[in-house]
Design a protein around this ligand. Sequence first.
Ligand SMILES: [Zn+2]
Ligand SMILES: [Zn+2]
Ligand SMILES: [Zn+2]
Length: 158
Amino acid sequence: MSSDGTRHPDRTTETAIFDRLVTDRLAEHALRYTMRRRQLVTVLRRVDRPVTLVELMNLASGMPQSSAYRNLALLEEAGVVRRLVHSGVDAHFELAEELIGHHHHLVCGSCGTVEDFTLPVELERALSRAFDSIAENGRFEALHHAVDVYGRCSVCPV
Ligand SMILES: [Zn+2]
Ligand SMILES: [Zn+2]
Ligand SMILES: [Zn+2]
C-alpha cells in the first residue's frame, strides 16, 4: 500500500521498489545487481513458487549452470534468495521471506515438489507465543520459525 493509503502503487512502482530493495541488499554485501542476478531474481519473482536449479535454468533460458549456481549462492549470501533444503528432496530456491513475506512449505515425499502456504494471522500469533514460551527460561531468544509439512501432493498417486 502507498504511504498516503489512498491508492495502491502500480506495477511499475512496485517493481521499482522491489529492485531498490534487492539493490540495497546486494550493496550491503558489496555486490552489484548484475544482468545475471537480475535475470535470476526476475524469474523467481515471476514464477512465484519454489523451484529447483534445473527448473530455474529452464526458465532463465541460456544461463550456464555454473553461472546460475554461483550467482544463486551470492544472492543467498546477501539475503535475497532462500535455499530450501528438505531431506530426500532436491534443493529449491525462492526469494527471501523479507521480500515475499513469511510462509510455510508443503513437501511431497513422492515427487519432491515444495509448495508455499500461509497460515491465518491468529494461528501465526499462537505459534509465536508457543515458541516464545518454550524459550522462556531466557537461554534462548525465538526470532523466527520455519514449519514444514511433509506428505503427498494432489498429483501423486496414493
Ligand atoms: Zn507429489
Ligand atoms: Zn516458500
Ligand atoms: Zn509461521
